[in-house]
Design a protein around this ligand. Sequence first.
Ligand SMILES: [Zn+2]
Length: 441
Amino acid sequence: MYTCGPTIYDYAHIGNFRTFIFEDILRRYLKFKGYSVTQVMNLTDVDDRTVKASRKEGIKLREYTERYAKAFFEDLDALNIERAEYYPRATEHIKEMTALVKKLIDNGYAYETAGSTYYDISKFTGYGKLSGVAASQQGIRVTADEYGKDEARDFALWKTWDEDDGEVFWETEVGKGRPGWHLECSAMSMKYLGETFDIHAGGVDLIFPHHENEIAQSEAATGKPFVKYWLHAEHLIVEGRKMSKSLGNFYTLRDLIQKGYDPTAIRYLLISAHYRDQLNFTFKGLDQASNTATRLNEFHTRLQEAQNSTTHNPTITTLTHKLLKNFDEAMDQDLNTPAALAALFEAVRDINKELDTGKYSRQDIQQATDTLNKVNTVLGILKPQAKPTTLEQEILQLIHAREDARKRKDWTTADKIRTQLQQKGIILEDTPQGVKWRIKR
Ligand SMILES: [Zn+2]
């Protein structure tokens, strides 16, 4: 699976993260279904924007992009996004890119003009097959990395050096200059995944021209189908309007964390709409998402702290099976996360009711916990809990043993265990909710 990554010229915004989280859900669900996944996500560290921004600041391109690469990985961790297997950088694949340009020239799909090399879209009969944009503007060139849908044009594969590039250039067999943005994804995806691979994903804004150009580059070079399945995440809008810096409704993940929001709630909100529907991000919605995520985490804690009664509750078994079935069905429908979340919260409500009755066994609790954890391997919205230390595990085992002794009315053993724990500095308290323990201060 190839997923177009960030251009590391600035912090990624929540619209970017909507796409990256959708891809994370896709990756996790494929694994949930038993597939093995090799994911590649590129880091664009040379293009019009990175060159311009680093020059403006007067520092080396690598130094500039490194700052945002580091921030990007911190953001991925905060949002509980699993790491891809490869994060290739454009600047480290110049050789692969120039080889691809040469091949396109040799195959008659590219031409050189004034030191730059352009892709001739009129030569590729399949041009427009992904986006539906017709290749009508023959012979008109565009040098910029990004351009609009009404401009299906010959695009730059290799840009000859000019003064604006400063120190950013490579001396190669296709001339002195730098790669066009679209080139890296063809070169790097084929390097790591082969000439034909299964899944390519990204945001809808990448369909044209970026993905259309990737297909044109790859298929003209190899003569083989490039990608089997394309998946695109819809736009995120903010409070009903397009997110933009000028409207003052532009948010990075860091902006939201600074406002006091928990990344778990942000992740929850970003998966609460289907990936092919537009998502309207609002602060009211984020507040609701915070409450919902908290409720789920409280349920998780309740399961962990549940004291065992001995009566098996078959309803809990039924409810966990129902959750897994509904979750599976929802996600099988093109990753229907809203339906999957609805199934989860229905189960939380119903299992909570069963816990209220006080009738359940240790196995029931284990089964509910396992099911919740299983669903969470895909959703990733439970806060990571600190693993119990060896000491904690030992204490809990002793507490269980004491409980069992008390149930057998074996008071001698129960007292012996209490003393044993006291010697470790552990105080037991019998409360109406069961036995609690604390460390003696
Ligand atoms: Zn790409």
